[in-house]
Ligand binder design. Structure first.
Ligand SMILES: *Cc1c(COP(=O)(O)O)cnc(C)c1O
Length: 351
């Protein structure tokens, strides 16, 4: 007999993108930011490395809540901080989804949703995105799920759904809508206003991508006070370390640094898309720091992924029915993207 609950015994854990040994690879597979974090965040981290680490952190991270509230035009009571936004997704599923009832999300999107739902013992229902990644609104509403998760912009497609559509979905749902905005800083619009207007909307953000702080682990949720209070009940007591809180508060105060890097990433994104178009790769319109692309038919995406790997360039390949003819490429520096495009030209045009 297994020591584990049946749902744990049966499930596969989440598969993170490959993290290679330092330095050897051009790493365009896990949507990290190629630029360094804010120098003032690094200073704050160094300053936090003192004897105060002897003490527990503030369980509700009051300072970060204030800084986030100011950034988002909310009140601190509308904000909850987490150990990365993954932590907040986990809290939402644990606090909201009853066992054996539905949690729903559109697919292909973020595969962690299914893992968290299964750990919870919820019924995981997926609705397929159409090929243009527009919102399957009616189908999501029809699931009757207590919690619907929608990444916007979406990963791995990079596409953005209009906030008005998301507002309509919130109104049609019986349950809660969680909008996962891990990539919102790279887009032209966002749904933050919905979290402050609707009682049933949670918006989550992450410092991992736009703020170049994936290694720090910090994210936050914005929602009605009632929802935030419920989420806070299920969180780990000290889910944001003193170091994470100090670094995050300083990074959020230095928004200019983040915006400058985002502008550069958006310019390089155009360069990447132009280069791919020249080789007749199809690209879905990206509002993120990555591009989902489909090579022309004579090329097998899985083999291209392997070929690039052999040339020390990592991109993401998902061997699933909807994605096995595609590659997801993170926007690196101009130099990294030029190197990728050179290798692709070498593979595709000289073969
Ligand atoms: C990267 C990512 C996250 C995770 O963010 P963390 O703050 O690093 O936990 C959440 N959702 C999506 C869609 C992501 O791509």
């Amino acid at each position: 007999m297994s020591v584990f609950r049946p749902e744990i015994e049966e499930m596969e854990g989440y598969t993170p993108g490959f993290q290679p040994p330092e330095g050897e690879y051009i790493k365009l597979n896990t949507n990290e930011n190629p630029y360094p974090p804010s120098p003032s965040a690094l200073d704050a981290l160094r300053n936090a490395c003192g004897e105060d680490l002897r003490k527990y952190p503030d369980p509700m991270t009051a300072e970060c809540r204030r800084v986030v509230a100011e950034r988002e035009g909310a009140r601190p009571q509308n904000v909850l901080c987490g150990n990365g936004s993954d932590d907040l997704l986990n809290m939402a599923i644990r606090a909201i989804c009853p066992e054996d009832q539905a949690v729903a999300y559109p697919r292909p999107s973020y595969s962690l949703y299914s893992v968290l739902g299964r750990i919870r013992g919820a019924r995981v229902e997926t609705v397929e995105f159409p090929d243009d990644y527009s919102l399957p609104r009616r189908e999501l509403a029809r699931t009757g799920a207590r919690l619907v998760l929608v990444p916007n912009p979406n990963s791995p497609s990079g596409t953005m759904l209009p906030p008005a559509e998301m507002g309509r979905l919130a109104e049609e749902l019986e349950g809660v809508l969680l909008i996962d905005e891990a990539y919102a800083d790279f887009a032209d619009t966002d749904c933050m206003a919905l979290a402050l207007r609707h009682e049933n909307v949670i918006v989550t953000r992450s410092l991992s991508k736009s703020y170049s702080l994936a290694g720090l682990r910090f994210g936050y949720a914005v929602a009605s006070e009632r929802l935030i209070e419920g989420l806070a009940k299920v969180k780990d007591s000290y889910n944001v370390s003193r170091l994470a809180a100090a670094g995050a508060a300083a990074a959020l105060r230095d928004d200019e640094w983040m915006k400058k890097n985002v502008q550069q990433v958006r310019r390089t994104r155009e360069r990447l898309v132009e280069g791919l178009h020249e080789m007749d790769f199809h690209c879905w319109p990206s509002s993120t720091n990555f591009v989902l692309t489909r090579p022309p038919e004579e090329w097998n995406a899985g083999e291209l992924h392997e070929e690039l790997f052999g040339r020390k360039i990592l991109v993401r390949y998902f061997d699933t029915p909807r994605l096995r003819d595609c590659l997801r490429i993170t926007v690196g520096t101009d130099e990294e993207i030029d190197a990728l495009l050179d290798e692709l030209r070498d593979i595709c045009l000289t073969a």
